[in-house]
Structure formats: structure tokens, C-alpha cells
Design a protein around this ligand. Structure first.
Ligand SMILES: O=C(O)CCC(=O)C(=O)O
Ligand SMILES: [Fe+2]
Length: 226
């Protein structure tokens, strides 16, 4: 019972979600329906728009490569990152590092955020961007269950550029799901997904071009660095 209630509060019923008016109808595909809710929208952004947004965002001056602490070892993050948020003092902590808000949301991020919020029916207050310059860059298996996130709020990930795999692995059951994250797509992780599943962007040695993901989150307003 609790599980179901949780799913419903984090992703509003499909019928109540607004259509993004200037795009062709975007119907989600259910990716995970067990122990969580993951939905994939293949085309949040038309190709021309996502190409433009990719080239705008890749040129941001804020990209940086933090040192992460993973299993007690410190190593440079295997992709570049930067973050933007509603409140300049709100931070997001993960893997022993702190993502600070770099500046106000760039125009391209606002454009994407507005579309995501209309479609998902949730107001996000933080966006962590990842830039994987080629298939050697990756994100290891993890759950986004950090204390600084509002519990139960969904995470929405928009992909720009080269398509990459996103692999889900259940923490207890023998279940795996692979999603190809296409240019201009949106993936929404809601409900209990972070409790029961890990996800990763694996290395793909043959990929020699870049991908940017924008991960929209709801961070607790009290999680701050003054
Ligand atoms: O690049 C992606 O699509 C996923 C990134 C991710 O899982 C994260 O930033 O927590
Ligand atoms: Fe993640």
C-alpha cells in the first residue's frame, strides 16, 4: 500500500500531465514498473533543438571535474559536471563531493527545465549536468538516495548528443534493464526506484563523441552552504 501511494505522489497520473504544446505528442514508455517507476520519453526535444542546446551547453565555462571519494579512495570524476539551482546557496552532496550552484540557470537549461516540468508535473529546484566527452567517460553504479534530496521526489534526466546506454540493476532481485538514451530524450525515475535499483552509464569504448545529461532534482532547501 505505502509503495503505491509513494509512486502516485511522485509521478502525477498521466491524464493530469500537460502536453508540451509545440512538440509532437510525447508518450512515455514504461521502463521499470516493479519496485519503482521509470518512464522514458524518446523525444522531449526535436532534433534541431537538441543539437542547438548541446552546442550551447558544451561551451559553458562552468564545467569542472571534482575529486570523488568512492569506497574510501579519492579519484577524479570520470566526467565533467556543473550545477545550477533556484537558490544560489543550496548545494547537492554526492560521493564525497559538493556540487555548488555555478550561476543562474543558463537560457538553455531554463528552456529544457520548463518543458520537463510541464510534462512531469513537478517543480525542480536543482540541475546537475554531466558531460561525457566520449565512451571512456562513465558513471558507476549508484542510487540517488542522498540525504539532501527531498524523499520520494522524482529525478528527471534529459539527454543531448550521442546516445549512450543507461543500465539499471535491482539491488536484491536478478533484474536488469538497459535503456538507450537517445538525443533529446527524457527519463523520469520516481517512486521507490532509488531504494531498490542502482543505475549507471557504462563505458562504451566504440563511442567517440560526447553526451550531456541534465538531471533535474528536488533538493531540500535546508541543504545549504552560506
Ligand atoms: O547521465 C545520466 O543520464 C545519468 C547521470 C546520473 O545518474 C546522475 O547524475 O546521478
Ligand atoms: Fe544517478
Amino acid at each position: 500500500m505505502a509503495k503505491r501511494a509513494n509512486s502516485e505522489t511522485t509521478l502525477s497520473p498521466r491524464s493530469q500531465r500537460a502536453k508540451v504544446s509545440d512538440e509532437k505528442a510525447v508518450e512515455p514508455k514504461a521502463v521499470i514498473e516493479e519496485d519503482g517507476v521509470v518512464e522514458y520519453y524518446p523525444q522531449l526535444l526535436a532534433k534541431e533543438l537538441s543539437r542547438k542546446l548541446y552546442s550551447d551547453l558544451v561551451g559553458l565555462e562552468y564545467w569542472n571535474r571534482p575529486e570523488l571519494k568512492v569506497y574510501g579512495r579519492v579519484k577524479p570524476q570520470s566526467r565533467l559536471t556543473c550545477a545550477f539551482g533556484d537558490d544560489p546557496n543550496v548545494v547537492y552532496n554526492y560521493s564525497g563531493t559538493t556540487a555548488l550552484v555555478a550561476s543562474e540557470y543558463p537560457a538553455g537549461v531554463i528552456e529544457i527545465k520548463t518543458r520537463v516540468e510541464k510534462l512531469v508535473g513537478v517543480q525542480f529546484n536543482f540541475c546537475l549536468l554531466n558531460y561525457y566527452s566520449d565512451g571512456n567517460e562513465y558513471i558507476g553504479a549508484h542510487s540517488d538516495n542522498q540525504a539532501g534530496l527531498v524523499p520520494g521526489a522524482p529525478i528527471a534526466a534529459v539527454s543531448l548528443g550521442t546516445e549512450r546506454f543507461l543500465d539499471f540493476k535491482h539491488k536484491k532481485k536478478n533484474l536488469k534493464v538497459r535503456v538507450t538514451m537517445e538525443d533529446g530524450s527524457l527519463l523520469v525515475m520516481g517512486g521507490d526506484t532509488q531504494t531498490f535499483w542502482k543505475h549507471m552509464i557504462p563505458k562504451q569504448k566504440k563511442v567517440n563523441s560526447g553526451r550531456i545529461s541534465l538531471t533535474f532534482r528536488v533538493v531540500k532547501p535546508t541543504n545549504r552552504q552560506e
